[in-house]
Design a protein around this ligand. Structure first.
Ligand SMILES: [Zn+2]
Length: 153
């Protein structure tokens, strides 16, 4: 926790469901209900990308814009991931563990390009997420072409 607080000073004003949800891949609808990105239809995701693009343009803080851009990345990853996997791929078994129990993904110790060590969720890494210690480093990595974090032995 606390990632991003140092990169976004003063960004602690209120609870932001999009900030919280991005780690879980939980998108918040206009109605306030949440849906897992993986459960959204392609069309739904494309609509959400437009919402993010609009919000990013209106964002008054760079870290807000970053958050929306991060969401766009999540959605694009999801779409990309879907396209790449043909339907012949065995469907991932949905965890039928009840509505509230979230399966805890196993964590991997990673070392960011900045040298900081952090824990990343294995599932996120498999999807190409979590390759930096935080949002700030993620955007540095993107803009300056820094290497992905490497697993710590
Ligand atoms: Zn870092």
């Amino acid at each position: 926790m606390g990632q991003g607080t140092e990169s976004c000073g003063g960004y602690d004003v209120e609870y932001n469901p999009y900030e919280e949800g991005i780690n879980e891949g939980m998108w918040t609808e206009k109605s306030g209900s949440t849906i897992s990105v993986t459960d959204m239809t392609d069309r739904h995701i494309k609509g959400a990308i437009r919402v993010c693009q609009g919000a990013a343009k209106r964002a008054s803080f760079s870290c807000d814009a970053e958050l929306w851009e991060a969401w766009i990345e999540v959605f694009n990853n999801e779409l990309f991931y879907r396209v790449k996997k043909p339907s012949s791929q065995p469907k991932l078994v949905k965890a039928k563990t009840g509505p509230k129990t979230k399966p805890r993904g196993s964590m991997v110790a990673m070392k960011c390009h900045c040298g900081k060590e952090y824990q990343a969720r294995k599932a996120d890494l498999n999807r190409g997420w979590g390759k930096s210690c935080g949002k700030r480093c993620a955007s540095i990595k993107r803009e300056y072409g820094r290497p992905d974090a490497t697993p710590v032995k």
